[in-house]
Design a protein around this ligand. Structure first.
Ligand code: HEC
Ligand code: HEC
Length: 163
C-alpha cells in the first residue's frame, strides 16, 4: 500500500513537472545545428557550376587510390539523362565508339560480371555511369579531412600529378 502511494506521488510529481516545466524548456531550446528549426523547410544550398568544358579539351584528373573510379573531367550538364534505353556516355566511351570519338574506353572491369567472368559486352551493372563517376565542382570540402591518397598503388590516370 505504502509503495502504491509512493508511486502515485512520483507519477503526479512528474506530470506536474512536465506541465510547468515544458514551456520553459521550449524557450531554452538550443540553437539547431543546421541553422533552421526542425519543422522549417530545408534551404537548398547554392547550385555550383561543374568544372570542365566540352569533352575533348580536358586533362584527366589524377586518381588518388587504387581502383578509384576516375572522376569526370568534362562538363556533363548538357547530356541527356541516362535511361534504360539511352546512355549518351556510351556514345563516346563505348567499346565500339571510343576510337571515333577520341575518348577513353570504359574500363576493363566494365566487361566482367560480379564473379569476374568476361562478358561479350559491357556489364549491365555498369550502365548507370554517374553512380560511380562524378563531375567536379570547385568548392571547399564540407568537412575538413587529412586524406592524402595513395596514387602509387595502381593506375593513376595522369601519373604523378598530386592533388
Ligand atoms: C562527346 C563525347 C563524350 C561524352 C558524351 C562523354 N564523355 Fe567522358 N570523356 C570524353 C573525352 C574526350 C574524355 C577525355 C578528357 C577530355 O578530353 O575532356 C573523357 C573523360 C572521361 C572520364 C575520365 C577518364 C579517366 O581515365 O580519367 C570519365 C570518368 C568520363 N569521361 C565519364 C563520362 C560519363 C560518365 C559520361 C556521361 C555522363 C561521359 N563521360 C560522357 C568524351 C565524352
Ligand atoms: C560500379 C561503378 C562503376 C560504374 C557504374 C561505371 N564505372 Fe567506369 N570505372 C569504375 C572503376 C572502379 C574504374 C577504374 C578501374 C577500371 O579501369 O576498370 C573505372 C574506369 C573507367 C574509365 C577509365 C578506363 C581506363 O582504362 O582508364 C572510363 C572512361 C569509365 N570508367 C567510363 C564509364 C562509363 C562511360 C560508364 C557508364 C557506361 C561507367 N564507367 C560505369 C567504376 C564504374
Amino acid at each position: 500500500m505504502k509503495q502504491t502511494v509512493k508511486t502515485t506521488f512520483a507519477v503526479l510529481a512528474a506530470a506536474a513537472c512536465w506541465t510547468f516545466a515544458a514551456p520553459t524548456l521550449a524557450q531554452q531550446a538550443p540553437a539547431p545545428m543546421r541553422g533552421a528549426d526542425v519543422a522549417a523547410v530545408d534551404q537548398a544550398p547554392d547550385a555550383k557550376k561543374y568544372l570542365g568544358g566540352k569533352p575533348g579539351g580536358q586533362e584527366k584528373v589524377a586518381r588518388t587510390f587504387r581502383d578509384q573510379p576516375p572522376v569526370i573531367p568534362h562538363a556533363v550538364e548538357n547530356f541527356d539523362e541516362i535511361t534504360l534505353e539511352e546512355n549518351q556516355c556510351l556514345s563516346c566511351h563505348g567499346a565500339d565508339t571510343y576510337q571515333k570519338k577520341k575518348a577513353p574506353k570504359i574500363g576493363d572491369s566494365h566487361f566482367r560480371d560480379r564473379e569476374g567472368k568476361l562478358l561479350p559486352g559491357a556489364a549491365a551493372a555498369r550502365h548507370n555511369c554517374t553512380q560511380c563517376h562524378v563531375p567536379q565542382v570547385d568548392a571547399p570540402p564540407l568537412v575538413d579531412n587529412e586524406f592524402k591518397g595513395d596514387i602509387v598503388a595502381g593506375k593513376t590516370g595522369k601519373a604523378g600529378k598530386k592533388n
